[in-house]
Design a protein. Structure first.
Length: 216
């Protein structure tokens, strides 16, 4: 039976997708998230940017209004809508979201709710194109590095920071199944044996695992 390592603990239905296909797994959380207190010195945000569900969860109970949301990922978008926010633009990665903002909303000001390990790409693109952007850090990511002695047939990565955490103690010696291009770019510093999900969801990563490792 092929066995994979997931750098994120999976939900029951996600585990079943693997087990029902005859694929064993080991799971752990390569990173942990901690929400932090922040003081937003305004009662309303006209245009807010979210690149992860963590940012949405961190601000959801705060007493200020957000009029328009711009986000990365279908699940981030769904969570925003469930919380009652209006999603104006969504994209599959930060670069694509920045391009949509540059092309269609370049006369607006934006506020980016982010974590301590947020990537530079989106802020740099907006600043380069003269779009005013302010930021508030709302959560912290910390690495839970762990050494694995056994080899796996594949490793599942869901964020660049998870790649960084894993590679602190281990080498990537098998197929790296990545949730998206940004995560894959981090893996490429260590390996070229990469498969990227067709859509940036955990389920689509698992689909790639099953299609490549089932009956191996």
């Amino acid at each position: 039976m092929p066995t994979v390592l997931s750098t994120k603990k999976l939900a029951v239905n996600q585990k079943e997708l693997l087990l029902n296909s005859g694929i064993g797994f080991v799971e752990y959380d390569a990173i942990s998230i901690k929400f932090i207190d922040f003081d937003l010195k305004k009662e309303a945000v006209e245009n807010a940017i979210f690149t992860s569900k963590n940012s949405v969860k961190a601000i959801a109970e705060k007493p200020f209004e957000i009029k328009n949301c711009f986000c990365v990922g279908d699940k981030t978008s769904v969570l925003l809508e469930e919380k009652g926010y209006l999603v104006v633009e969504r994209a599959e990665n930060s670069r694509d979201l920045a391009q949509k903002i540059i092309q269609k909303h370049n006369n607006k000001q934006f506020h980016f709710f982010c974590g301590n390990m947020r990537r530079e790409e989106l802020p740099q693109l907006l600043n380069k194109n003269g779009i005013q952007l302010s930021e508030t850090m709302v959560y912290e990511t910390s690495m839970n590095s762990k050494r694995f002695e056994s080899d796996f047939d594949g490793i599942l990565f869901f964020s660049p920071s998870a790649v960084q955490s894993f590679t602190k103690e281990n080498k990537i010696n098998s197929i790296a199944f990545c949730i998206g291009e940004t995560t894959a770019n981090e893996v490429m510093k260590h390996s070229e044996n990469i498969i990227i999900a067709s859509k940036p969801t955990i389920e689509n990563v698992i689909v790639k695992v099953v299609s490549n490792l089932k009956n191996k």
